[in-house]
Design a protein around this ligand. Structure first.
Ligand SMILES: Nc1ncnc2c1ncn2[C@@H]1O[C@H](COP(=O)(O)OP(=O)(O)OP(=O)(O)O)[C@@H](O)[C@H]1O
Ligand SMILES: C=C(C)CCOP(=O)(O)O
Length: 252
């Protein structure tokens, strides 16, 4: 079972609010559909996408982050609505290519407790997989005890899904070909945060959820090996390769 995240930065134009990078999204959809031809027997796949130029601008306008929430229903609908719009675009591109993709909106299913811990039910996702669907989740807002609603990033969803569904492999497709060192070369493997902390930064664009440092931390906590790679490597990853940077802690 594979969890694949399409980074919001990779499939949207992060410079312009609510603008797709059409070519990139189509490239990603082609890669997913190409590796699932004759889907019978294809490995179970759960897709998660981030926000990019959808969601982050809205969240930052309303002052909402993963820890600072809102009780204003209009703000919730604005941010969640932007993410649903992007989700619809992603689904459309996949469906056009005969990928049996269906939406899962975290706002309707997940929540955080007062400590911020995420509870994401997965029974419906397991059933979708068993019935031959490809669930497509997205970074979103979730109800958060004492805070109203806060942001849940696609990366956090990937980690929760990988744990609960015991994923064999996790892939994060982003705008970069992998985690880059101080000379912009792709780091092949990361086994500990301290080894790479000095080169890890935030995102270049408006992003309320944390950029590369947060990704590496989250992925090091998983049992499954994870890869960070660029758009051109989706096929290689889905076909079983380890493109870009592989993140696997020594303990796992
Ligand atoms: N050492 C590094 N190597 C690679 N990218 C880095 C590094 N440090 C910081 N970054 C930044 O991290 C970004 C990737 O994180 P970002 O959160 O923007 O990606 P995403 O998951 O594709 O998007 P989203 O969060 O919208 O889904 C890169 O575009 C780059 O600007
Ligand atoms: C900003 C919102 C609502 C979702 C962000 O998801 P991400 O781009 O995966 O961090």
């Amino acid at each position: 079972m594979i969890v694949l995240k399409l980074g919001g930065s990779a499939i949207t134009d992060k410079e312009r609010p609510e603008t797709l990078d059409r070519e990139a999204l189509e490239r990603a959809a082609d890669a997913i559909s190409g590796t699932r031809d004759g889907a019978a027997g294809a490995e179970d796949l759960v897709i998660v996408h981030g926000g990019g130029s959808f969601g982050h601008h809205n969240a930052s306008e309303h002052g909402v982050t993963t820890t600072k929430g809102t009780h204003d229903a209009e703000a919730v609908i604005d941010i969640h609505g932007a993410m649903k719009t992007l989700n619809q675009f992603v689904l459309q591109r996949l469906l056009e290519r005969d990928v049996n993709a269906v939406p899962v909106h975290p706002f309707s299913t997940a929540h955080r407790d007062a400590e911020g811990a995420l509870a994401l039910p997965t029974g419906q996702i397991e059933t979708m997989l068993a019935e031959g669907f490809v669930p497509v989740l997205h970074g979103d807002l979730v109800a958060h005890a004492d805070e109203g609603a806060t942001v849940v990033s696609g990366d956090e969803l990937v980690a929760a899904l990988a744990r609960d569904l015991e994923a064999d492999r996790v892939g994060l497709c982003s705008t970069v070909p992998g985690v880059l060192d101080d000379e912009d070369a792709v780091i092949d493997r990361i086994a500990s945060f301290d080894d790479v902390a000095a080169v890890l930064g935030a995102s270049d664009a408006t992003d309320v959820t944390g950029g590369m440092a947060g990704k590496v931390r989250t992925l090091l906590d998983l049992d499954a090996p994870a890869s960070i790679f660029g758009l051109e490597d989706i096929e290689a990853f889905l076909e079983g390769g380890e493109p870009g940077t592989t993140i696997e802690s020594e303990a796992s």
